[in-house]
Design a protein around this ligand. Structure first.
Ligand code: ATP
Ligand code: MG
Length: 360
């Protein structure tokens, strides 16, 4: 992604931020996660809190728990049932209101595998994108390289990894979402969704609005090993961790040997990342926190991070503990979300069939 296109996306996002507050009814958001593990602090500051904010502003939200995408870069689905439950709990604990079958309005939380008509859209959509375009997607290229390094799958990266931006286009377009909150790494996928919407319209008549990216201002958090915090890398601070576990994880985080703490993201990325975590949780600038700690070294820094993270997540974790026992409620939420997603997807697929002349 060139800096110019990121700048353009950033400027457009600023306009959208203004528009969505002025007229939230015009927007529908699609967002989601792969159920590869419980969500972590990076998700909370990066996406989860923003989802709740958009809903609170009055925007309708669809959340896909992308179970089929688990197997884009690994051979086994793992504990997919358990992970779907964890991801759902994280959303509820973060304060998202969800459709639960009681008639009260809320976000639609659904899983890919339960919505056949959504997946069927992938077939005509794939015909609108060339193999070369799929291979050029920078995020797919990076993830393909990572999958190759890990040696996942005897035959190398699989076809689902190459085509998952088209699957994501189906996630966005089936529900008519016109706003997709993304990090920079997701911008190319949104371009694919826009391309699919446009080309479908050119070939068969307009069915889908072109969705727009709402670029996240949140930074990417690093994990305890200094690499990107990631739910399947074992380097995260999970939202569900308790306070002692959080302290232990923060203590294990990599820092460097220089005692005096300073905020220098370029030369001291791990220290800067810890300062950023504390800053995002306590609402004070990282430079000021670094100055206060000064010669206290990494022990004082880690103490501050632990305190800030635990305090910030305390209400969320309390809600999470309460909800964790409510199995019937969790099942009802997924059943209601999947039922609604199916209604919406069936209607969209019918329009697609009509546009393509495939009604028999
Ligand atoms: P996995 O290990 O399965 O790839 P992940 O932790 O990378 O999981 P994803 O489901 O791939 O999480 O990411 C979903 C979205 O969450 C990303 O597009 C990004 O916006 C946000 N996100 C993920 N990790 C971080 C992070 N470390 N810091 C900030 N935001 C993050
Ligand atoms: Mg990831």
């Amino acid at each position: 992604m060139s800096t110019t296109s990121i700048d353009v996306a950033r400027r457009r996002s600023a306009e959208l931020e203004h528009d969505l507050l002025a007229d939230p009814g015009r927007f529908r958001v699609l967002t989601g996660d792969r159920p590869t593990g419980p969500l972590h602090l990076g998700h909370y500051v990066g996406t989860l809190a923003n989802r709740v904010r958009l809903q609170t502003a009055g925007i309708e939200v669809f959340v896909v728990i992308a179970d089929y995408q688990v197997i884009t870069d690994r051979d086994s689905v793992g504990d997919v049932r358990g992970n779907v439950r964890e991801v759902l709990l994280d959303h509820l604990a973060a304060g998202l209101s969800v459709r639960d079958g009681s008639g009260v309005p809320g976000a639609t939380v659904f899983t890919h595998s339960a919505v056949p008509a959504l997946n069927q859209l992938v077939l005509p959509f794939l015909s609108l994108v060339s193999v070369a375009e799929l291979q050029r997607n920078p995020t797919v290229r990076a993830e393909t390289a990572a999958a190759t390094r890990r040696g996942s799958g005897a035959a190398g990266p699989n076809g689902l990894l190459l085509t998952y931006p088209v699957h994501q286009a189906a996630d966005i377009l089936f529900c008519g979402a016109n706003l997709v909150p993304v990090g920079q790494d997701q911008l190319p996928h949104l371009e694919t969704a826009r391309l699919v919407a446009r080309r479908f319209g050119e070939r068969y008549g307009q069915v889908f609005p072109e969705p727009e990216a709402l670029l996240s201002a949140a930074p990417l958090l690093l994990g305890t090993d200094g690499a990107k915090m990631s739910k399947s890398a074992g380097n995260s601070i999970p939202l569900r961790a308790d306070e002692d576990e959080t302290a232990r994880l923060v203590r294990s985080a990599r820092t460097n040997t220089e005692r005096r703490i300073s905020y220098d993201p370029v030369h001291r990325p791990e220290v800067a990342n810890l300062l950023l975590m504390a800053s995002l949780c306590c609402g004070r600038p990282p430079e000021g926190l670094a100055e206060e700690i000064g010669d206290g070294g990494s022990a004082a820094l880690k103490h501050l991070v632990t305190e800030s993270v635990n305090e910030h997540l305390r209400p969320l974790r309390a809600r999470r503990r309460e909800l964790a026992g409510a199995d019937d409620h969790l099942r009802a939420v997924l059943a209601a979300g999947n039922a609604h997603a199916n209604e919406v997807a069936d209607a969209t697929l019918q329009r697609v069939r009509e546009a393509m002349g495939m009604t028999y």
